[in-house]
Design a protein around this ligand. Structure first.
Ligand code: 5GP
Length: 138
């Protein structure tokens, strides 16, 4: 995996506002917050996208993510928030090291804005896609 700014943060070569770390996970404030308390949660394991992450690192993030969400909620007094996790440049990933955003949504204007244009799922398409995903999981 190519070197990223998050590798440097993990090694302590670039400063950050660290809020948590354990054997597998590191969390710190985003330098360009969409709202106060915007936090990034990253695995220490180097992986560009979520699909490349080991089960062990993924489990470690899953175990601590709700606790970090509660801490951000308590610290900001904000009860609503989004978890955002981008994979690939077209999907708005700028730093190619897996990361989860915890983004408080204190007002309609602050936090994450989402464009959501739902399509339709005809039964035949749903069945065909389900079969493909089941086969891929085998
Ligand atoms: P992405 O678009 O890849 O999901 O988000 C990358 C995030 O990393 C952005 O929200 C950006 O503000 C944050 N970021 C980029 N460089 C730094 C940095 O040097 N320090 C911190 N704390 N956050 C950073």
């Amino acid at each position: 995996m190519a070197e990223t700014i998050f590798s440097k943060i993990l090694r302590g070569e670039v400063p950050c506002h660290e809020v948590y770390q354990d054997e597998h996970v590191f969390a710190f404030l985003d330098i360009g917050p969409l709202a106060p308390g915007h936090t990034l949660v990253i695995p220490k394991e180097p992986a560009e996208t979520l699909d490349q992450l080991s089960d062990e690192a993924a489990a470690a993030i899953g175990r601590v993510l709700p606790r970090l969400c509660r801490a951000v909620m308590k610290a900001t007094g904000c009860e609503q928030y989004n978890i955002l996790q981008n994979n690939g440049t077209r999907a708005h990933q700028a730093v190619m090291h897996v990361h989860f955003h915890i983004i408080p949504k204190p007002t309609p204007e602050q936090g994450l804005g989402i464009r959501w244009h739902p399509g339709k799922l005809p039964d035949e398409e749903g069945q065909a896609m389900r079969q493909k995903i089941l086969a891929a999981l085998e």
